[in-house]
Design a protein around this ligand. Sequence first.
Ligand SMILES: CC(C)(COP(=O)(O)OP(=O)(O)OC[C@H]1O[C@@H](n2cnc3c(N)ncnc32)[C@H](O)[C@@H]1OP(=O)(O)O)[C@@H](O)C(=O)NCCC(=O)NCCS
Length: 161
Amino acid sequence: MTTQPEPPLIVRRATSDDRRAALSLISPSSGRGRASLSLLRAQQGILWVAVERPSGAAADETLVGLLLATAQVEAEEETVVGYIHELLVHPAYRRRGVAMELLDAAERYFLVECAFGMVSVTTSFDNDAAIRLYRSRGYSLSQARLAKRRDETPSSDGAER
Ligand SMILES: CC(C)(COP(=O)(O)OP(=O)(O)OC[C@H]1O[C@@H](n2cnc3c(N)ncnc32)[C@H](O)[C@@H]1OP(=O)(O)O)[C@@H](O)C(=O)NCCC(=O)NCCS
């Protein structure tokens, strides 16, 4: 039995149709997702997409991944930074190098075309896949952000502290 070759995956800057399609790939269940959705709905941010194109016809494309970024000024050093808000690959297309290609495109744009000083991203310490991915590309931990939550325990007189 012969196995069919996998359809090609293409990474490119998003069209306005891609921006609309991207809304359905991002879940609003996390803060990051809600922030990304609000950027996309406001036509903000620079978006790259990865699409699968089975027959070579653009109409058959399936959106399989995206990277949404903006340009920011890093306060401490006043460096212009390409900030990655969202890097997301559909679960069925993971471990095929899609994130690597999306990062290639974004880094080329920010570091080469725009000559920004840095590309940065925020992710949680328990996101092993993301930490491994970024570390494998030379990203290193550059800041430690510490936070303390407001105490929600009611005081003995019933008033919130
Ligand atoms: C993180 C994520 C974007 C990776 O996408 P991907 O297309 O599967 O990644 P790639 O195939 O390009 O992987 C490149 C490298 O990253 C690392 N990596 C990726 N997924 C990994 C996993 N689940 N576990 C461990 N390492 C992983 C590996 O080093 C991998 O190289 P290898 O496959 O040769 O071992 C994807 O898992 C995802 O969408 N996760 C949910 C959203 C998220 O957490 N985004 C990151 C925060 S912005």
